[in-house]
Design a protein around this ligand. Structure first.
Ligand code: C2E
Ligand code: MG
Ligand code: MG
Ligand code: MG
Length: 274
């Protein structure tokens, strides 16, 4: 069935629809099939501390499409958020992370970060579903870090803040992801109960020579330190970037320089040989 459909599926739909819409319908159907036939995988990317130790990993969703191979989350998550399919997908990622948490802990990795979509926060059963997974896999809740963006506050900020407080009560930690790319990061920093702040890759790129990126990142590092929030630099690709961030006391880093996102077995093998 998966083979028979594939990328030509849009021709089954009315030619009156513009291609964009047709492609969206196709993609939506393919995502549904992917959920049902288990085409998703979770990769993990290390988050390293200043002394180079891998202290945490971020769980990143991968779609292993039968014909197209690995499809980037950037190509399907935006649609999945619009259709609501992200809720089931996000729950599945969280369950995999909970399942893998024990093995990761044995390997010395204390925390697993999971990306949460705003859509997940709009569900009444959200907190309950998280609590159930924590209980089912008998993990310590502080092993889980919920990565959210400020978009979570766009629709119903009062209920989203309540859910974040509930997540904290449950024992999870919260990271503010893609910091600096939104419209209201500074004011949101005052209300989101975050323990970590992830500086977006766009501010990290060429930080050793890009004086604007350097100024912004140094400012964010100072602010985070004074607020008692730890900082993670995202997308560190070069030694020059790492050295600069180390000089300015960035707490944690994540990026291809250290390790690309990997299936858990590859990650554990990599840790063994490190
Ligand atoms: P993000 O949460 O900011 O994740 C970091 C992204 O940066 C990942 O892209 C990662 O592979 C990439 N990255 C890490 N190091 C480097 C580097 O050195 N250079 C470059 N160029 N990129 C680097 P990925 O895996 O393609 O995910 C993209 C976005 O999709 C994520 O951004 C996140 O917003 C979303 N996403 C991924 N998995 C999930 C999920 O399970 N649920 C939800 N809601 N969103 C997810
Ligand atoms: Mg993230
Ligand atoms: Mg990010
Ligand atoms: Mg990002």
């Amino acid at each position: 069935e998966a083979k028979r459909r594939g990328s030509n599926t849009f021709q089954w739909f009315s030619p009156d629809l513009d291609l964009d819409t047709q492609q969206q319908i196709t993609l939506r159907a393919q995502l549904q099939e992917a959920i049902q036939t288990h085409q998703f995988e979770v990769f993990y990317q290390p988050i390293v501390s200043r002394n180079g130790a891998v202290v945490a990993v971020e769980a990143l969703l991968r779609w292993n499409h039968p014909e197209r191979g690995y499809v980037s989350p950037a190509d399907f998550i935006p649609l999945a958020e619009r259709t609501g399919q992200i809720v089931a997908m996000g729950h599945w990622v969280l369950e995999q992370a909970c399942k893998d948490a024990a093995r990761l802990r044995e390997a010395g990795i204390a925390q697993v970060s999971v990306n949460f979509s705003p859509m997940q926060f709009y569900r009444d059963d959200f907190i309950e579903s998280v609590a159930k997974l924590v209980a089912k896999y008998k993990i310590q809740p502080n092993q889980l870090m919920a990565e959210i963006t400020e978009n979570v506050l766009l629709r119903d900020s009062a209920s989203a803040l309540k859910m974040m407080a509930d997540l904290r009560d449950l024992g999870l930690e919260i990271a503010l992801d893609d910091f600096g790319t939104g419209f209201a990061s500074l004011s949101y920093l005052n209300v989101i109960p975050a323990q970590k702040l992830k500086i977006d890759r766009c501010f990290v790129q060429n930080i050793e020579s890009n004086t604007r990126n350097a100024a912004i990142t140094r400012g964010v590092l100072t602010m985070a330190a004074e607020l008692g929030i730890s900082a993670v630099a995202e997308g560190v690709e070069t030694e020059a970037e790492r050295d600069y961030l180390t000089r300015y006391a960035c707490d944690y880093m994540q990026g291809y320089l250290f390790c690309r996102p990997q299936p858990i077995n590859k990650l554990l093998a990599w840790l063994d040989h490190k």
